[in-house]
Design a protein around this ligand. Sequence first.
Ligand code: 4NP
Length: 155
Amino acid sequence: MKSKILMVCLGNICRSPMAEGLLFEKIKKLNLNMEVDSCGFESFHLNDHPDYRAIKTMKDHNIDISRHRMRLFRVEDFDYFDHIYIMDHNNYNDVRSMARNENDMEKVDFILNLTHPGTNKYVPDPYYGGASGFEHVYSLLDEATDIICSNSKSI
Ligand code: 4NP
């Protein structure tokens, strides 16, 4: 069965579209039966394309995320998606505030628990920093999305 994955951050213009772009490329390359989307909680950039620094960092790695548009998390996402990966503790609390039951919350995890199980480490928000922050986010998400792919191949 197709595995549906949602990446979630605050603005949906930096971290989660980068995670979506990375996983999307790997799904295509490895021909995995999986789909991925991303969204956020802060409507300030609603319907905007990703931050230019996120687009550039991804382009430097030959991945185009320029067409993505910011959308908000909605409660129906709990029904559609199998796994909801959040970037930090604020995202965790935001998603939890909309969960209707335990089944909804069981789908939610820190994305860095893939690389550092059980530690609830966060992906730092690069929005107010420089380009090196985006590269750091890229490498964290590259490792985490590799694990999503290898887990899916072993099922
Ligand atoms: P993101 O970064 O959550 O990684 O997309 C942010 C981008 C914009 C804002 C917050 C976080 N903002 O409030 O505008």
